[in-house]
Design a protein around this ligand. Structure first.
Ligand SMILES: Cc1cc2nc3c(=O)[nH]c(=O)nc-3n(C[C@H](O)[C@H](O)[C@H](O)COP(=O)(O)OP(=O)(O)OC[C@H]3O[C@@H](n4cnc5c(N)ncnc54)[C@H](O)[C@@H]3O)c2cc1C
Length: 359
């Protein structure tokens, strides 16, 4: 059912915009979400889905706390989403291993683990014998690892499918193939101009268009620049249960779904919105992953794909109001948008419902 005038229009139905739409609707807001393509069709389709703040944040502080909070929200987020959608979401708190292949590196990882523990992250140090007992497919040269037992993985494609089913059940209108072009904030709300020429009036708007966010023009404001950082991933159809934890070694990682489907990553390229899959980069990822776990992977991947991480110049996402306007920003989640979706939705739901006088 189409809300006659939505309280909130969200530009972008990736995991950030769609999770927010769902949470706002659960609080009774009338929400319209417009996506230039399809729900969950971009970075949120491509992402590996590691839920692993431990190795991601060097320094303690607000954003590490935010990431840990989001990780802690995940079980409830998935449970509610499964209930609202009637669909299963692939999610497991399988723990992650940050692996060292040299003594010096292992000592650095142990120091880091000690700092992580002070930030409230549970860590365990595993010597090589224990590590190889858990993951015998690893290279015998591994020195040890830090184990983060509370981390895990989610298949973002199953999150998107569940959000697609849950949104209409909660009264959200989703309009796909509908690009948001311009926002015109005024005294009592925002006029949203769509690329098809239509104008929608709304009380507030949220820009959650991932790497494309700053292409949306907001009259009277300059948006912080967002840009894509392209990444490649490789996929393997393996028997289920062949890898118990997420593996990380430098820029290389391996994640296994409960179905057995296994993903190796990744790369970072600054090539704008270039959608080509580079076979050389895929072989590089495969070779690095196969060196780490030679007993796990077959001779070549079954699939390979790319996605555009939504970056800004900041080391954290933008989750804030645009000046004094009724426009809010929710982009720049870069490498961790899957992890940060529940906390982003929670934070914005609180402030937006308060602004609407609904809290
Ligand atoms: C290779 C790779 C590996 C990753 N691995 C992980 C990981 O392990 N863990 C993790 O937490 N994160 C990971 N990420 C990052 C994560 O995927 C992103 O941070 C997250 O998906 C961003 O979600 P989003 O909703 O902001 O953007 P997107 O999913 O890109 O969604 C933005 C949406 O906006 C739409 N749009 C664009 N322009 C407009 C417009 N003008 N009007 C309306 N709609 C518009 C697009 O069609 C799109 O659907 C990875 C990303 C990549 C590429």
């Amino acid at each position: 059912m189409r809300p006659s005038q939505p309280d909130i229009l969200i530009a972008g139905a990736g995991i950030i915009g769609a999770s927010l739409a769902w949470q706002l609707a659960r609080k009774g807001c009338r929400v319209l979400v417009c996506d230039a393509g399809k729900l969950g069709g971009e970075a949120s389709w491509a992402g590996a889905g590691m839920l692993a703040p431990g190795p991601e944040y060097e320094e303690p502080g607000e954003w590490l706390d935010f990431a840990l909070h989001s990780l802690a929200l995940y079980t409830e987020f998935v449970g509610q989403l499964e209930e609202d959608s009637g669909l299963g979401v692939e999610f497991s708190q399988c723990g992650s291993l940050e692996i060292a292949c040299g003594e010096e590196e292992f000592s650095l990882l142990r120091d880091r683990a000690a700092r992580r523990s002070q930030s409230g992250i549970e860590t365990q140090i595993l010597p090589s014998s224990e590590l190889l007992a858990r993951v015998p497919q690893l290279a015998s040269s591994v020195c040890g690892a830090v184990f983060y037992p509370n981390e895990g993985q989610v298949d973002p494609r199953t999150v998107s499918e569940a959000l697609r089913a849950a949104l209409p059940r909660r009264g959200v209108e989703l309009r796909e193939q509908t690009r948001v072009a311009n926002l015109y904030p005024h005294g009592s709300g925002v006029d949203v101009r769509l690329a098809n020429g239509e104008t929608v009036s709304t009380t507030m708007a949220v820009i959650a268009a991932g790497a494309w966010s700053s292409q949306i023009a907001v009259a009277g404001y300059a948006l912080p620049e967002g840009f894509p950082v392209k990444g490649h991933l490789a996929g393997y159809r393996l028997p289920p249960g062949t890898l118990p934890h997420v593996l990380r070694f430098g820029h290389t990682y391996i994640v296994q779904r409960t179905t057995g489907y296994t993903i190796a990553g990744s790369s970072e390229e600054h090539l704008g919105f270039d959608r080509n899959v580079d076979a050389g980069i895929v072989s590089g990822i495969h070779e690095a992953a196969a060196r780490l776990a030679p007993g796990l992977l077959p001779a070549a991947p079954d699939d390979a794909w790319i996605g555009f991480r939504p970056a800004t110049v900041l080391p954290h996402p933008l989750i804030e109001q645009l000046g004094e306007s009724p426009v809010w920003l929710a982009y720049g989640h870069y490498r961790n948008g899957i992890l940060l979706a529940p906390a982003t939705a929670e934070r914005l739901t609180k402030v937006l419902t308060a602004s609407l006088g609904m809290d």
